[in-house]
Design a protein around this ligand. Structure first.
Ligand code: DX5
Ligand code: ZN
Length: 215
């Protein structure tokens, strides 16, 4: 069964506690961290993850859109993240390795993320060592963008690699996922769907989550 991970980037930050309650029928909570360097936007950081940890038992899926993320793994792990994902474009391979090792030391789940420009094969050096691969279906930085259907073959290619090398690894998709595009990414092999505007932009978040599950 597919997991739904609402992205709080589309929530009202002034009432974040209630916004988390609105999506409790989902599986994971997706937290978008942006540094104004790796992506042009700035969003939220360590103190917000710490506050979220106090108000929810949901699995905190923290997507780090930051340069040289190894610098912040300890802080986000200590703040209570359950999974941290780092962009392969955000550092050289030794820096990515060091970030994954830091996650191991803290016992948090490990994810790697690909921008739309990055090819499926880029996951191969890491695939046996990670719990999740995240494929972006928009340029990272902002919610509410149009789904990039040209990423579907990449999702399918990575699903094949996962079956071959690490069948327990999750395949997450992030960007423009709504009730129309969700069946397409599921068909291509995704098992975790991030959705910001499709959930928080809906009057009934629980109904929106059901719609993403195809129910
Ligand atoms: C974009 C973020 C996404 C964003 C998705 O950089 O990584 O998680 O919140 O928002 P929607 O679902 O509106 O495309
Ligand atoms: Zn995200």
């Amino acid at each position: 069964m597919v997991k739904i991970a609402p992205s709080i980037l589309s929530a009202d930050f002034a009432r974040l506690g209630q916004e988390v309650q609105r999506v409790e029928s989902a599986d994971w909570l997706h937290v978008d961290v942006m540094d104004g360097m790796f992506v042009s936007n700035i969003s939220i950081g360590v103190p917000v993850v710490k506050s979220l940890r106090k108000v929810t038992d949901m699995f905190l899926d923290v997507h780090l859109m930051i340069e040289k993320p190894v610098r912040y793994i300890d802080a986000f792990a200590q703040a209570g993240a359950d999974l941290l994902s780092v962009h392969l474009e955000a550092d050289m391979p030794p820096g990515i390795r060091a970030a994954l090792e830091a996650m191991d030391r803290h016992g948090v789940k490990k994810g790697i993320v690909l921008r739309p420009i990055t090819a499926a094969e880029a996951v191969l050096p890491y695939i046996k060592d990670v719990d999740l691969i995240l494929v972006m279906t928009v340029e990272p930085g902002f919610g509410g963008q149009k789904f990039m259907a040209d990423q579907l073959p990449k999702i399918a290619a990575i699903r094949k690699y996962i079956q071959q090398y690490n069948p327990a690894c999750h395949l997450e998709v992030d960007g423009g996922v709504d009730p129309v595009t969700a069946p397409q990414v599921i068909q291509a092999g995704a098992d975790v769907l991030v959705a910001g505007s499709a959930v928080y932009g809906a009057p009934d978040a629980a109904a929106a989550i059901r719609a993403l599950r195809g129910q």
